[in-house]
Design a protein around this ligand. Sequence first.
Ligand SMILES: Cc1cc2nc3c(=O)[nH]c(=O)nc-3n(C[C@H](O)[C@H](O)[C@H](O)COP(=O)(O)O)c2cc1C
Length: 304
Amino acid sequence: MKNINLKVNLAGISLKNPLILESGCFGYGEEYQDLININELGAVVTKTITLKPKVGNPPPRLAETASGLLNSIGLANVGIELFLKEKLPYLKKFSTPIIVSIAGETTEEYLQLIQRLNEEQIAGIELNISCPNVGKKLTVAQDEDKTFGLVKAAKKQTEVPLLVKLSPNVTDITRIAKSAERAGADILSLVNTFSAMSIDVETKSPKLGGILGGLSGPAIKPIALRMLWQVRKTTSLPIIGMGGITDSRDALEFIIAGANAIGLGTAIFINPQAYQGIIKGLKDYLSRKRIDDINKVVASLNEK
Ligand SMILES: Cc1cc2nc3c(=O)[nH]c(=O)nc-3n(C[C@H](O)[C@H](O)[C@H](O)COP(=O)(O)O)c2cc1C
């Protein structure tokens, strides 16, 4: 089938396809320059940036689990000033929309980051309200009122579409999603990693220096998918779905459940070019099903 449309529009951000490289999984982009052509992607979300540089958690910071990856990076990043000076210019060379992920320890810190980013040409700002791996715990995403307050304050200041990344470490993710929507979020991203741990039985020590970490990869996919489907039923906002996506079938499951675009994280560590196979797989599926537009597949779950 000719003329298959993979373009999607997320609250005014125009993506050439629905594939997004997710926060924290491709360095700052330049490290992967020989492996990933950013121009081939729908969008990229940067590593979460904080006001001051952060060294992150003690090593080891990664541990493999059955079908998953456990990380306790602890938001290690270069801080906003160095990011703007040395990292963002590389990403801006591409035609692909750049979404900058930010985190603060207070609302004021988030607002300062937003003010700094308002001076830059970026496509969107994503509030990471949900990282499970920082010493001073980011608990906003576990609380409806805190989510509402932070998103409302951030929305007032933000000059580009505002994304809010939700945590799966909650009893009912739809309540937090609704709070974010009521407060003015333009796009929801879900999910971040699941709080988890692993133990070396020989030494009886936690495998991660930070003891607890965040689980990602195929192990979380069915749970992330369930959350995506639940959130889709409660909101009409565009949603970026992620959690364990490694191939086009995974991507399609999220799109059918209601994702307008999908994020790749851990899959990049396994195969940095996984996105190419997924784009091809989406085209093949649409062609085989005689559907001319990926947007027609969004939220098309046959629930009868
Ligand atoms: C090593 C690593 C670092 C991550 N760093 C961040 C981060 O800085 N900010 C963020 O919002 N999410 C971060 N994430 C979460 C991913 O963006 C993604 O939400 C999560 O891993 C689920 O998707 P996946 O199973 O495709 O990896 C990180 C994940 C991994 C594995």
